[in-house]
Design a protein around this ligand. Structure first.
Ligand code: AMP
Length: 471
């Protein structure tokens, strides 16, 4: 089936650095949290474009030998989020093709909401698709373009797309990056000084990649902007008028690393504020604040600071869990969560616990964690969630399930509390979330997963809602 919905990813592009492949590799390493299913790099050195990609983690895919073969001054890279169904290697990015515009490799983060319609049209016109990811649609649109240059063809293709995309493209002698006119997904631009007064330019989903490779953050690629870095230098142009900004607020809530800037804003203070607001609005008599690692840690620090309660790591995460082939026996209940997390009885025993996590989606994981905390001796468990109730699916690149599976879409607060077996439950309000990301005046963010108010016209929304699937 056409994979319309699962494109939580990271992208990177490096221009004009003799060590481009290694820098792109390290950038992917820094952004591994954005996608663990597959990763790939494509490198160009003037004539050839070479690509290496595979299923798995960045550290396992690239060896000194495979990196050693990726010669060139320009590189792009991608990591893809883990999904069940359509997780075939065919969908690993970048996609590399040889077409009438030369050799082109492309990768993107986000969800092109009209990809299915575009694909149908292209197939009716004779196009043959190899994968189910919507990134391939962009390549076909480019190949069909009558524009002579790669940038011209990409511009023409982008104007036909709807939805969310941060795209990195590599041609034989240049890279081009672009961001959709609403700016749903992040894309930062940075610079590295080279000897002789020259500069290399780098682009990445999150600035934690820049920190690792020693690049300086300059600014964001603007919504509706295309940046072309080639032999003639770097040019920035608007391919589309900017529309209402709709930066994904879930980047700040959950997805991005706290040490990153996304949409030009540091994540850590925004997340801490979410925790502070939660403590202010939903205080509770308790002994200790405990985060669900890693996603709840920063908000829990904010909660603890504001409430004056001690912060303790009482759920310990095993960071080395990959895929396991051991079938848990019936006797080992909640195996998946136990593999990842274990409770510290010594901290929890007899305590009234404020448990902080970033979100409840279906409620099943949250229930297992609440049970685990109680099983380790907690006397009370008060669950605090650092975003509003998740009510509506995302069509712009975050992996949320259908409305029928979203617990908050179908249940009252008290029903959810009973389901997750917490003594009390409170969410952050939309107003406070907006305040935490400094958006109450600006209106730059998308909150559709909390409000159902989608910032773009979605074609065939009913069909999209019913065909929505989740691993
Ligand atoms: P559940 O209670 O089963 O809905 O699971 C909630 C947990 O899933 C929370 O700990 C979140 O951090 C995590 N979570 C929420 N959204 C996502 C997402 N899009 N991808 C991966 N994990 C997520």
């Amino acid at each position: 089936m056409f994979d319309k919905f699962h494109e939580e990813c990271a992208v990177v592009a490096i221009h004009g650095h003799p060590d481009a492949a290694n820098l792109a590799y390290l950038s992917l390493y820094a952004m591994q949290h954005r996608g663990q299913e597959s990763a790939g790099l494509a490198v160009a050195g003037g004539k050839e474009v070479i690509c290496h990609k595979a299923m798995g983690h960045v550290a396992d895919i690239f060896t000194p030998e495979s990196l050693g073969r990726l010669h060139g001054d320009h590189a792009i890279g991608h990591t893809r989020y883990s999904t069940a169904g359509d997780s075939a290697q065919l969908n690993a990015q970048p996609f590399l093709v040889k077409c009438n515009k030369g050799r082109i490799a492309i990768a993107h983060n986000g969800n092109i909401t009209n990809a299915a319609e575009l694909r149908d049209d292209l197939e009716r016109g004779g196009a043959i698709f190899q994968a189910t990811s919507d990134t391939e649609v962009v390549l076909h649109l480019m190949a069909h373009s009558r524009e002579r240059t790669v940038a011209g063809a990409l511009r023409e293709a982008l104007l036909q797309l709807e939805g969310a995309y941060s795209i990195v493209l590599l041609a034989e002698d240049r890279i081009i990056v672009a961001r959709d006119p609403h700016g749903f997904r992040p894309l930062a631009m940075g610079q590295m000084e080279l000897s002789g007064g020259r500069s290399a330019y780098v682009f990445a989903s999150e600035t934690c990649a820049f920190d690792l490779i020693g690049a300086v953050y300059l600014n964001d690629v603007e919504p509706g902007e295309m940046v072309i870095a080639g032999p003639e230098g770097v040019t920035r142009e608007r391919f589309s008028p900017r529309r209402n900004s709709a930066h994904c607020v879930f980047e700040h809530v959950y997805f991005a690393r706290p040490d990153s800037l996304v949409f030009g804003q540091p994540v850590q203070p925004a997340r801490e504020k979410m925790g502070r607001f939660l403590a202010r609005r939903h205080p509770v008599e308790a002994d200790v604040v405990v985060p669900v690692p890693d996603s709840g840690v920063t908000a829990a620090i904010g909660y603890a600071d504001e409430s004056g309660l001690p912060f303790r790591q009482a759920l310990i995460r095993n960071h080395y869990v990959g895929r396991t082939f051991i079938e848990p026996s019936q006797a080992i209940r909640d195996f998946g969560v136990k593999l990842k997390l274990n409770a510290v009885r010594h901290v929890l025993e007899g305590k009234r616990v404020v448990l902080v996590d970033d979100s409840i989606v279906r409620g099943t994981t949250s229930r297992k964690i609440v049970r685990m905390v109680r099983h380790a001796g907690a006397r009370e468990v008060h669950l605090r969630i650092s975003c509003p109730p998740t009510m509506s699916p995302c069509f712009y690149g975050v992996d949320t399930p259908t409305k029928s599976e979203l617990i908050a879409a179908n249940h009252t607060l008290d029903e959810i509390r009973r389901f997750v077996e917490a003594d009390s439950l409170a969410y952050l309000s939309l107003h406070d979330l907006r305040e935490a990301v400094d958006d109450n005046e600006r209106h730059d963010y998308c909150y559709a997963c909390y409000t159902g108010d989608y910032p773009t016209d979605l074609v065939h929304i009913d069909e999209m809602l019913s065909s929505r699937k989740r691993p």
